[in-house]
Design a protein around this ligand. Structure first.
Ligand code: MN
Ligand code: MN
Length: 461
């Protein structure tokens, strides 16, 4: 055998996925990404993503979950967890005792949460105080246009949806930064300290009402919110208002091969799971799509992946078939669909190039995440990795293996550990992202599309 033949037979030869697509596949990829970008622009928060999923599921015949309901092959059921998370199932031909094929993603993204007593005026400028949500680099958030999204539960019990800054006719909001001329001290600070959490105050206005007092700008802002939404200041006490980057997703690069947007993490996987689920008829095993909240702060809370809402939903499906939930979980498989870091040639020193995901090399399968000796990871077994490998290969999905950065450089987690804690075999996989957790993140169209194909393959495994 020649050296060349040996190399061909024995060694891996990763190639850029774009060189492997047919013309038809490229057209499908582009159409898929247009639909994904449309979803991105409509669903910037977990509530908006959940509402979008409910709307689209109902159009496709999904029924809202009611305890005690049937779960027959072909039934399509969704469980709306308080408007902030959702689980959807297409009941399979085989009973749930043989397990479900689950894809789990999250629909919350890093942002600036408005504090419970947020509104104040200083030097005739009105502001909202914020507390950042999730892991952000604070210096990235001043001097970009921000939009206000959220929900207010008013004193009279009515629910108000707030949405300011996305319509081109709307004003946007902004956090200010210091001019370089006077930044001598600031520029000496480490990046983590250049902008402090308590400086992420969102500017709301500067025009005072006429009259006496030191609160005339604040009062004006409150008047505007009252005219538009009927709000009074105490209504902030029962509100979830968030500031997110304003504006729509964009194609990036002269070749338009990338998508730039706020919150690809992890709506890029959430959308992939949904579209793949919506395309199913009656799968062999029950296919379940989970879109969780609170992943960015530890999967806690009633809408996070540690919550028993998942047992509540899956338990009821199992009850309908006379199956024990623990038997179902023990036989199930979960793809924890979450983004990973794409290798960035600007920061090569942070990654092990031999074990990192690359843009355009397909959905990134992560054997483990975690940090400092795999701490907090759901370290997938050889068998679990083998299952994913053969399933994706059989379906012709373009995929790559990934780890999250150099050993001891940092790390991260996903919902994988919490699914595995339920005695469900779980593997991490998702889209490689550049500038993860920045106000604008980058992904490649190819990787988005292949992640959808991977979810489809897992549902049908
Ligand atoms: Mn994520
Ligand atoms: Mn994240």
């Amino acid at each position: 055998m020649t050296t060349e033949e040996l190399r061909e037979q024995l060694l891996m030869k990763p190639v850029n996925g774009l060189t492997r697509l047919t013309e038809d596949q490229t057209a499908e990829m582009n159409a898929y990404c247009r639909r994904y970008m449309d979803f991105l622009d409509q669903a910037k928060t977990e509530r908006e993503a959940t509402a979008w999923a409910v709307r689209e599921a109902e159009k496709r015949g999904f029924q809202p979950f009611i305890p005690g309901m049937d779960a027959k092959p072909g039934d399509k059921i969704y469980y709306n967890n308080r408007g902030k998370a959702i689980a959807l199932a297409v009941v399979g031909a085989k009973p749930l005792s043989e397990g479900a094929n689950i894809c789990a993603a999250h629909v919350d993204s890093p942002r600036l949460d408005i504090k419970p007593t947020p509104l104040y005026e200083d030097t005739e400028i009105a502001y909202f105080k914020t507390h950042y949500y999730g892991g952000i680099k604070k210096y990235q958030w001043p001097t970009i246009p921000l939009a206000l999204h959220g929900t207010v539960y008013r004193k009279d019990g009515s629910l108000i949806c707030v949405h300011i800054g996305e319509d081109p006719a709307d004003p946007v909001l902004m956090v200010s930064d210091l001019l370089p001329h006077l930044a001598a001290d600031q520029m000496q600070k480490p990046l983590a300290k250049g902008i402090e959490g308590e400086q992420l105050n969102v500017i709301l206005g500067t025009a005072p009402l006429s009259g006496e007092g030191s609160d005339l700008v604040k009062l004006h802002v409150m008047q505007l919110l009252n005219e538009k939404y009927g709000l009074i200041e105490s209504d902030f006490q029962s509100a979830e208002l968030v500031a997110v980057p304003a504006g729509k997703s964009r194609e990036v690069g002269l070749d338009r091969s990338l998508i730039g947007a706020y919150g690809h993490d992890d709506r890029v996987c959430a959308y992939a799971e949904l579209e793949a689920l919506f395309a199913l008829e009656t799968p062999e095993k029950t296919a379940v799509c989970v879109l969780a909240d609170k992943e960015e702060i530890g999967s806690v809370g009633v809408s996070g992946m540690q919550s028993h809402y998942f047992e509540h939903f899956m338990g009821a499906l199992c009850d309908a078939q006379g199956v024990k939930l623990s038997d179902c979980f023990a036989a199930s498989f979960c793809l924890s669909a979450d983004v990973s870091n794409a290798f960035d040639p600007n920061f090569p020193e942070t990654c092990d190039k031999r074990n990192n995901a690359f843009v355009n090399y397909g959905v990134a399968i992560c054997k483990y995440t975690g940090s400092r000796g795999k701490g907090g990871a759901s370290d997938a077994s050889a068998e679990a990795m083998g299952h994913v490998r053969s399933t994706l290969d059989k379906a012709g999905v373009i995929w790559q293996l990934a780890t999250l950065g150099k050993v001891d450089q940092g790390g991260g987690g996903t919902v994988a550990a919490y699914m595995a804690n339920r005695n469900i075999v779980t593997v991490d996989a998702g889209v490689p992202v550049l500038s993860m957790h920045a106000p604008m993140e980058l992904v490649s169209k190819l990787d988005c599309y292949e992640t959808m194909l991977a979810c489809k393959a897992i549902y049908l495994a």
